[in-house]
Design a binder for this molecule. Structure first.
Ligand code: GDP
Ligand code: ZN
Length: 300
C-alpha cells in the first residue's frame, strides 16, 4: 500500500501527500476507525501508509514510527526549530531567547537562530555591536545563527538552504517576522502579516489548524506560532541545567550529584561563570528560570 506524508490536518481529515508526488498533490484521508479506540492521533508530519478508497479519497491505515513529536504545535518528525528574534521592534530580549532555547533543547530539536529585521538597525543603535554580541554569544555556545532581513532579503537564501530535506517549525514571539521571512523565502507564498501595533497586548490569533508549507528543496515548514506557551510546567527543575547546553560539560564535574549550580561548594558551573567561560547573562537566566520553576511547583 502507498506511503505518504500528512501535510495538513483539518476537521478530522488528513491531507496526505503521496511519496514522490509533485507539490500540491494531496489525498484527503480519514483515519482508520481503530485509531480512535486506541487513542492514536495522526499528526501533521507523520509518514503514513494509506489505502485509497473509490471516491478518490483514502484511509490512513498505519503511522510509521515518529522520530520526534511536539505537542504544541502538534507536529511529528520535526528536526529543526527555527527560532526568530528581532533585533528591533520588538527589541532583542535575551531572557526570552534563552527561555525558548530551554524549551527547544527539552524537545530535542536542532536549533537555528535567526536575528531578524537587520534593516531596522541604524548607526545610532551601535548596530554592529548588538548583532555581533548576540551572534557571537550564541555561536560560541554552539548554536547556528543567521542574521536576516525580509526587507533587503539578507540571509533568506541561507535560511532556505538550511531547511532543505527536513521538517522545521518556526518559533518566536508574535511580530518578530515569521510570516514575512517565509514570504521572502518563497515568492508566490503570501502569508498574512500584520503591523505590530495591532498585535501588541492582544496576542496572536490562534492558528486553528497546522499545515506544512512545502519549500521545493525537500524541506517543509510548519506554519504555526510554535512553542507559544512558555511555562515550565512540563519541565522538571532537575532537567533545567541540561537545557543550557554549554553548562553540561561543567555540570558533569560538579562535586555533588544533583548540584543545583546555585551555591554548592565545588560547583564547576559556578566556577565557569566566575572565569567567564559561561556568559553571565545565560547564568542569570538559569537562576531566574530555576526560581520560576520552584515557585510554580509550590503553587500547584
Ligand atoms: P510574525 O507575527 O512573526 O509572523 O511577524 P510578521 O511577519 O507578521 O511581521 C510583523 C511586522 O514586522 C510586520 O509589520 C512586518 O512588515 C514587519 N517586518 C517583518 N520582517 C521585517 C524586516 O525584515 N524588516 C522590517 N523593517 N520589518 C519587518
Ligand atoms: Zn554545580
Amino acid at each position: 500500500m502507498p506511503e505518504g506524508l500528512i501535510v495538513k490536518a483539518l476537521s478530522g481529515y488528513y491531507y496526505v501527500k503521496p511519496a514522490g508526488a509533485g507539490s500540491g498533490e494531496t489525498i484527503q484521508c480519514r483515519g482508520r476507525g481503530v485509531f480512535k479506540k486506541k487513542g492514536i492521533t495522526p499528526l501533521v508530519g507523520d509518514r503514513v501508509i494509506y489505502e485509497p478508497t473509490e471516491n478518490g479519497e483514502g484511509t490512513v491505515t498505519e503511522i510509521l514510527p515518529r522520530v520526534t513529536e511536539l505537542i504544541r504545535p502538534p507536529v511529528a518528525n520535526a528536526s529543526l526549530a527555527v527560532l526568530l528574534f528581532s533585533l528591533r521592534e520588538p527589541d532583542m530580549n535575551l531572557q526570552l531567547l534563552d527561555k525558548f532555547l530551554v524549551h527547544i533543547e527539552n524537545e530535542g530539536l536542532d536549533t537555528l537562530i535567526c536575528l531578524t529585521k537587520q534593516d531596522l538597525l541604524t548607526d545610532e543603535d551601535k548596530a554592529d555591536e548588538l548583532t555581533k554580541q548576540v551572534s557571537e554569544l550564541y555561536s560560541s555556545i554552539g548554536y547556528e545563527v543567521i542574521i536576516t532581513s525580509s526587507r533587503t532579503g539578507a540571509g533568506t537564501d541561507q535560511v532556505l538552504s538550511r531547511l532543505a530535506g527536513g521538517i522545521s517549525v518556526f518559533s518566536g514571539q508574535s511580530g518578530v517576522g515569521k510570516s514575512s521571512l517565509l514570504n521572502a523565502m518563497l515568492p508566490g507564498l503570501s502569508l498574512e502579516t500584520s503591523a505590530i501595533s495591532l498585535r501588541l497586548g492582544r496576542g496572536k490569533h490562534t492558528t486553528r489548524h497546522v499545515e506544512l508549507i512545502e519549500l521545493g528543496n525537500g524541506g517543509y515548514v510548519a506554519d504555526t506560532p510554535g512553542f507559544s506557551q512558555l511555562d515550565f510546567l512540563e519541565l522538571g527543575v532537575e532537567r533545567l541545567s541540561e537545557c543550557f547546553r554549554e553548562f553540561v560539560p561543567y555540570a558533569a564535574e560538579c562535586k555533588f550529584r544533583g548540584c543545583s549550580h546555585l551555591h554548592e561548594p565545588g560547583c564547576k558551573v559556578l566556577q565557569a561563570v566566575e572565569e567567564k567561560r559561561i556568559a553571565s547573562s545565560r547564568y542569570e537566566h538559569y537562576v531566574q528560570f530555576y526560581e520560576e520553576m520552584k515557585d510554580k511547583k509550590r503553587r500547584y
